[in-house]
Design a protein around this ligand. Structure first.
Ligand code: GLU
Length: 400
């Protein structure tokens, strides 16, 4: 009998993390690697946030805290939701976890029974389906191709809902495509959800602050207040405040759900790092002006990457509304052979050959549930991006 559980046998390690680790290893071996795999800002955490963490250490705030977050952080989160999203939550409707990942996972573990279905628009962030599997549920991916701008349509949402649907996971701007839903597009989806009161909404708003041009960010409970009582609005400080390593994510929703998520956390990790929580208070309550500056930098990089990738033979790269990812289509490269002799049978083979022959690390599309594509994280310097896109162009030009 295998020692590893049947549940885990259905789950794979996170491919985004695998690619990031692989790039790190190759770099350590002295190879000239440009990592476009990891989804994390290259900026340093702002000084005021680091100072708040140092203060917390000096003041001895280094002990256990309330399991699902210190009152100061819950207050800062409530103020953030009111200020930025027009959403009003009491402290007992808010939970804080070790990264956005933990809050999503807690919610799934706290609610899924065997056979419960979770609708996940594809391409999706790699961890959604595997978290559903770990929690004993059934992921239901719904394909959203390049023709719909990688976005779910109301018709497809309606068709995917069954009596067993428990959650609909919504992520805008999206990891991995950067696609953002306008108010009108989101309203069309919430109208469908209003007809199905048994379906709950998990909105992953992690990329809220990374939207470009004049795109307006909106979240389901804001667009349709009728969904407030069955929506978990999830966010975190990782991407907006360049705090990926601090591991602070949070979510707000109905009291009963938040309490159940706290039970999961109290029996697994307990409180998120006390020092990181005090830093997160400063992130949310402190000056916000650098957000606009970071946005400008990311917008410039998006434009650079989209333009250079569209000049690569066999690649079509849409211009997304937000996040720091692009998700080019490489149908024009499949079936060819690389200059180094690799058969490009699928997007995984493309990404492997690209890394081996040019040193550019990207994440292959199959990991996100829509092929043939790859994900570029452009959260790295302009110089590195230009060099990497140049190498991708040369790689594509060499395909026969
Ligand atoms: N969310 C980021 C990504 O997609 C970080 C890695 C992870 O947790 O998946 O690359």
């Amino acid at each position: 009998m295998p020692f590893i559980s049947d549940t885990l046998a259905r789950v794979k390690p996170s491919p985004t993390i695998a690619v990031t680790n692989k790039a790190r290893e190759l770099k350590a071996e002295g190879r000239d690697i440009i990592g476009l795999g990891a989804g994390e800002p290259d900026f340093d955490t702002p000084e005021n946030i680091k100072a708040a963490a140092k203060r917390a250490i000096d003041e001895g705030k280094t002990k256990y805290t309330a399991v699902d977050g210190i009152p100061e952080l819950k207050a800062a989160i409530a103020a953030k939701f009111a200020r930025e999203n027009g959403l009003h939550y009491k402290p007992n409707q808010i939970t804080v976890g070790t990264g956005g990942k933990q809050t999503l996972y807690n919610a799934l573990v706290a609610t899924l029974n065997p056979g419960d279905e979770v609708i996940i628009p594809a391409p999706y962030w790699v961890s959604y389906p595997d978290m559903v599997l770990l929690a004993g549920g059934t992921p239901v991916p719904v394909a959203c191709g390049i023709e719909s701008g990688f976005k779910l349509t109301p018709e497809r949402l309606e068709a995917a809902i069954t009596p067993k649907t428990k959650w609909f996971i919504f992520n805008s701007p999206s990891n991995p495509t950067g696609a953002g839903y306008s108010r009108t597009e989101l309203k069309a989806l919430t109208e469908v959800l209003m007809k199905h009161p048994h379906v709950w909404v998990m909105s992953d708003d992690m990329y809220e602050h990374l939207v470009f041009d004049d795109f307006e960010f909106v979240t389901p409970a804001q667009v349709e207040p009728g969904l407030y009582d069955r929506t978990l609005t999830c966010n975190g400080v990782s991407k907006a405040y360049a705090m990926t390593g601090w591991r602070i994510g949070y979510a707000a929703g109905p009291v009963e759900l938040i309490r159940a998520m706290g039970t999961v956390q109290s029996q697994s990790t307990s409180n998120p790092c006390s020092i990181a929580q005090y830093a997160a208070v400063e992130a949310l309550d402190g000056p916000q002006d650098f957000l606009a500056e970071n946005k400008k930098v990311f917008q410039r990089r998006r434009d650079l990457v989209v333009s250079m990738l569209n000049q690569a033979k066999g690649i079509k790269c849409p211009r997304p509304e937000g996040a720091f990812y692009v998700y080019p289509d490489i149908a024009g490269c499949i079936g060819k052979t690389s200059a180094g002799g690799a058969k490009i049978a699928d997007d995984e083979a493309f990404a492997t050959a690209l890394l081996e022959e040019t040193g550019v690390a990207v994440v292959f599309g199959a990991a996100f549930g829509l092929s043939p594509n790859f994900r570029v994280s452009y959260a790295t310097s302009d110089a590195a991006l230009e060099e990497a896109c140049g190498r991708i162009q040369a790689f594509c030009a060499g395909l026969r």
